[in-house]
Write a protein that binds this ligand. Structure first.
Ligand code: FAD
Length: 402
C-alpha cells in the first residue's frame, strides 16, 4: 500500500496521521481540509479561548516539528466533493482527483442552525471552529445582552463563559429540560440550578422561537408573535449536523452517520471512518466527543495498516461550566436503568450513578470528581456489582472498591 488519503483535518484525522506514522507507515499521506487551521482540538473554543484565558495556538494537537515530521501532502483549503469507490479516487472542489489505496473519512460535524434564515443574520453566531470563536470573542467585547438558543453542552458552556464575563444571558431550550438527549432529569435539574444560581435566565419549551434582526443589528427574539426581548447577539448551540454527505453520495452504508465495524471499516473495505461522522460500532449512533474522535481514529489507523484493532471504548466526555468540571461516563439508557443513586460529598462535588437490574454501572455523571470517574471506568470494564448504599454514603470511601 502506498497512499492513504484522509478527508478532514480535525481531532480524528490528526490522531490517525500520528498513529500511521507512529506505526511506521512510510507511504504517502494526503489530507484534505476545508479549514486553513488543521489538527486542532475544539473543546477549549467554548471555554478558555472564548474567555480569552487561552490562545488559539494552545489548541494545536501537535507541535510544528511533529506536523512537519508527519510529511503530509496538504490539500487546503479545499473540499472533497465526491468519492468514486470503483476508481478509488476522491474528487476535490479545486478540480484535483486523488487516487487512494485506503481512505479515511474524518469529516466531523457542523453546527446545526434550525432556521435557515438565521444563518444570514449578522448577529447570530455558532461555535464550531476557530473562526466562529474569533468572531464571537470580538462580539463579546461590546455585547451585554446575549441569548443562547439551545440548552445542550455547547450552549451551556457559552452561557457560562458569557456570565463569567458579566454579560446578561438568557438560554432558550426547545425541549422540556437541559441536555435531555444525554443525561437524566436529575442531571438536567442540577444543570438548571447551576445556571440559574449564576444569574442566567432559562426558558424551557421554547418551541416557537422567531428572530428578527433590527436595522441597527440587534436581534429581537419572539416566542410565536410575542416579542420577548432584544439582544445584542444570539448564539445558536442547537446540536450538530453530521458531515456524512460524501459517504451517502458514494452509496456507502449510511444511517445517522457512517456505519462502521469495530475496526472503523465502512461497507467498502478500503474506506474507513472515525470521529463524529462515524456511528459508534456497539452503540449504534454517533458520539460527538473528543475522546471518541481520538481513540476511534487510532484504532481505524492501525486497522488500515492491517493491525486489526477493535474500538470498544466506553463513551466518556466532559464539560466545564462555572466552577464545575462535569464528566459523563457511559450513555444514558433510561430503558435499562433500574436505580439512580446520587452521592453528594460537598456542595460542589456530586455524582449520579445509573445501575442496571444487576447493580452494574451503566452510566455515571461526576461533578468535580475525576478520580471517581477513573475508578468507575474500571467498574464498568469489569462489570462489577455495586452496593447502592455504599455509593450514596458520602462517608464511605469508594476508593476501597478498586
Ligand atoms: C465548541 C466545541 C466544544 C466542545 N467541547 C467538548 C468537550 O468539552 N468535551 C468533549 O468530549 N468534546 C467536546 N467537543 C466535541 C469534539 O470537539 C468533537 O467531537 C471532535 O472535534 C470531533 O472530531 P472529528 O475529527 O470527528 O471532527 P472535527 O474536529 O469537526 O474535524 C472535521 C474536519 O473536517 C472538515 N471537513 C468536513 N467535510 C469536509 C470535506 N468534504 N472536505 C474537506 N474537509 C472537510 C471540517 O471542516 C473539520 O475541519 C466540542 C466541540 C465543539 C465544537
Amino acid at each position: 500500500m502506498n497512499r492513504i488519503v484522509i478527508v478532514g483535518a480535525g481531532q480524528a484525522a490528526g490522531w490517525a496521521v500520528h498513529t500511521l506514522r507512529g506505526q511506521g507507515f512510510d507511504g504517502e499521506i494526503h489530507v484534505i481540509s476545508n479549514e486553513e487551521q488543521v489538527f486542532y482540538e475544539r473543546p477549549p473554543l467554548s471555554k478558555q479561548v472564548l474567555s480569552q484565558e487561552a490562545e488559539v495556538e494552545s489548541l494545536n494537537l501537535f507541535s510544528h516539528e511533529q506536523v512537519n515530521d508527519f510529511s503530509v501532502t496538504w490539500h487546503k483549503p479545499d473540499h472533497a466533493v465526491k468519492l468514486d469507490k470503483a476508481d478509488k479516487t476522491v474528487h476535490l472542489e479545486s478540480g484535483k482527483v486523488l487516487p487512494y489505496d485506503k481512505l479515511l473519512i474524518a469529516t466531523g460535524s457542523r453546527a446545526r442552525i434550525p432556521v435557515s434564515a438565521w444563518s444570514s443574520m449578522q448577529n447570530v453566531y455558532t461555535m464550531r471552529d476557530i473562526q466562529d470563536c474569533q468572531k464571537l470573542t470580538e462580539k463579546f467585547k461590546s455585547a451585554e445582552h446575549i441569548a443562547v438558543i439551545g440548552g445542550g453542552w455547547i450552549g451551556l458552556e457559552i452561557a457560562a463563559t458569557a456570565r463569567k464575563q458579566g454579560k446578561q444571558v438568557e438560554i432558550f431550550e426547545y425541549g422540556s429540560r437541559l441536555c435531555a438527549r444525554s443525561v437524566s432529569p436529575e442531571v438536567s435539574d442540577f444543570l438548571k440550578h447551576l445556571h440559574e444560581s449564576n444569574g442566567t435566565a432559562i426558558h424551557l419549551n421554547a418551541t416557537k422561537l422567531h428572530l428578527i434582526e433590527t436595522a441597527d443589528h440587534h436581534v429581537d427574539v419572539f416566542d410565536a408573535d410575542i416579542k420577548l426581548k432584544q439582544f445584542d447577539c444570539v448564539v445558536v448551540g442547537a446540536g450538530a449536523e453530521i458531515a456524512k454527505e460524501l459517504a451517502a453520495l458514494a452509496e456507502l452504508d449510511v444511517k445517522d452517520g457512517i456505519v462502521v465495524n469495530e475496526y472503523g471499516q465502512t461497507s467498502d473495505v478500503d474506506i474507513y471512518a472515525a470521529g463524529d461522522v462515524a456511528i459508534h460500532p456497539s452503540l449504534g449512533y454517533c458520539i460527538q466527543s473528543w475522546a471518541n474522535a481520538q481513540n476511534q481514529a487510532i484504532s481505524a489507523a492501525k486497522s488500515m495498516l492491517g493491525e486489526m484493532t477493535a474500538y470498544q471504548d466506553i463513551p466518556w466526555l466532559w464539560s466545564d461550566q462555572y466552577q464545575c468540571n462535569i464528566q459523563i461516563l457511559g450513555t444514558y439508557q433510561p430503558e435499562k436503568t433500574h436505580q439512580v443513586v446520587i452521592r453528594k460529598t460537598t456542595e460542589t462535588q456530586i455524582s449520579f450513578f445509573y445501575l442496571d437490574a444487576n447493580q452494574r454501572l451503566l452510566n455515571m455523571i461526576a461533578v468535580n470528581d475525576s478520580k471517581l470517574i477513573k475508578l468507575a471506568k474500571r467498574w464498568m470494564a469489569s462489570q462489577r456489582e455495586l452496593d447502592p448504599a455504599e455509593l450514596q454514603d458520602p462517608d464511605f470511601n469508594l476508593m476501597k472498591l478498586k
